[in-house]
Design a protein around this ligand. Structure first.
Ligand code: 5RP
Length: 244
C-alpha cells in the first residue's frame, strides 16, 4: 500500500503496470452477462476493459453501454460496442471504471483524466460500480493524489478561493492548480468546465470535505466518490484480489 503518488509505480515496469490493469479489467469482465446495461469508465485501466469487452461483443455478447467520456465513446464505437445515453437508458446494471486512489472503505479519488462529472453521474445511475485498479492505487488515507474539482468557468478564481477557505476550515492546506491541457491552454472537460487540482495531502475526513465542496457555488462536482463503488478489483503481483 502506497502513501505517496507514483512511489510504487516507479518500481513497477510500464509493461507489468499495463498487464495488471488488464488483469483487473479481465476479472471484472467475468461479471458481465448477456443483456446488461453497462457504464463504461474513462482512463487507461477502463480502456483495457472496453477493449476486452469489444472482443466479447465480436464473439456475440449483447450489451448496451453508456460511455463516461468522449474518448471512451470513440473507443467503444470503433470496437462495434452498442452505445446509448442516460436519457435513453437512465438505469444501468453495472459501471466499470478506474480510479486514481482508493481506500479500504471503498472511497475513491477520481478525475485524473478529467472525466469525473460524467463518471459520477453514470456510477450513480448504476446498481453496481466495479473499480478496476492496480495495487499502487491503494492508500491508507486518501489525498496523496491531488483531488480534482470540476468548476464552472464563470468566476473560477473566486470559486478557487472559496475551495481554499472551505479546505482550510478542515485543516487542509495545499496548493490549488488550475489544470492545463498544455502550457498556456486550459484543460476543458467534456462538460465545458475547468478542473482545479487540490494538493491537500492526507484527507482525514473525506466525507466532510465532500459535503462542503458540493455546497460551494461554482463547484460542479469533485473527485471524491463516496458510497458509489461496490467492489474494487485490485491487480497485484499475486493476481487479482476483490475488495467489497
Ligand atoms: C478519469 C478517471 C480515471 O479513472 C482515473 O484517472 C484512473 O485512470 P488510469 O486508469 O489511467 O490510471 O478518474 O477521470
Amino acid at each position: 500500500m502506497s502513501d505517496r503518488p507514483g512511489e510504487a509505480n516507479v518500481r513497477m515496469s510500464a509493461f507489468s503496470a499495463e498487464a495488471m490493469k488488464r488483469a483487473a479489467a479481465r476479472a471484472a469482465l467475468e461479471s458481465v452477462t448477456h443483456g446488461m446495461r453497462l457504464g463504461l469508465g474513462s482512463g487507461s485501466t477502463a480502456a483495457h476493459f472496453v477493449d476486452l469487452l469489444g472482443a466479447r461483443v465480436r464473439e456475440g455478447l449483447e450489451v448496451i453501454c453508456v460511455p463516461t467520456s468522449e474518448r471512451t465513446r470513440a473507443q467503444a464505437e470503433s470496437l462495434g460496442i452498442s452505445l446509448s445515453t442516460l436519457d435513453e437508458t437512465p438505469q444501468l446494471d453495472l459501471t466499470v471504471d478506474g480510479a486514481d486512489e482508493f481506500d479500504a472503505a471503498l472511497r475513491l479519488i477520481k478525475g485524473g483524466g478529467g472525466a469525473l462529472l460524467r463518471e459520477k453521474i453514470v456510477a450513480a445511475a448504476s446498481t453496481r460500480m466495479f473499480v478496476i485498479a492496480d495495487a499502487t492505487k491503494e492508500v491508507r488515507t486518501l489525498g496523496a493524489f491531488p483531488l480534482p474539482v470540476e468548476i464552472d468557468r464563470f468566476g473560477a478564481r473566486s470559486t478557487m478561493l472559496h475551495i481554499e477557505r472551505v479546505a482550510r476550515g478542515l485543516g487542509l492546506i495545499g496548493p490549488l492548480t488550475m489544470r492545463d491541457a498544455e502550457p498556456g491552454e486550459r484543460f476543458i472537460t467534456d462538460g465545458g468546465h475547468y478542473i482545479v487540482d487540490c494538493a491537500f495531502g492526507a484527507i482525514d475526513d473525506a466525507d466532510a470535505l465532500a459535503a462542503r465542496l458540493s455546497a460551494i457555488p461554482g463547484v460542479v462536482d469533485h473527485g471524491l466518490f463516496i458510497g458509489l463503488a461496490t467492489a474494487i478489483f485490485i491487480a497485484g503481483a499475486e493476481g487479482v484480489r476483490i475488495l467489497g
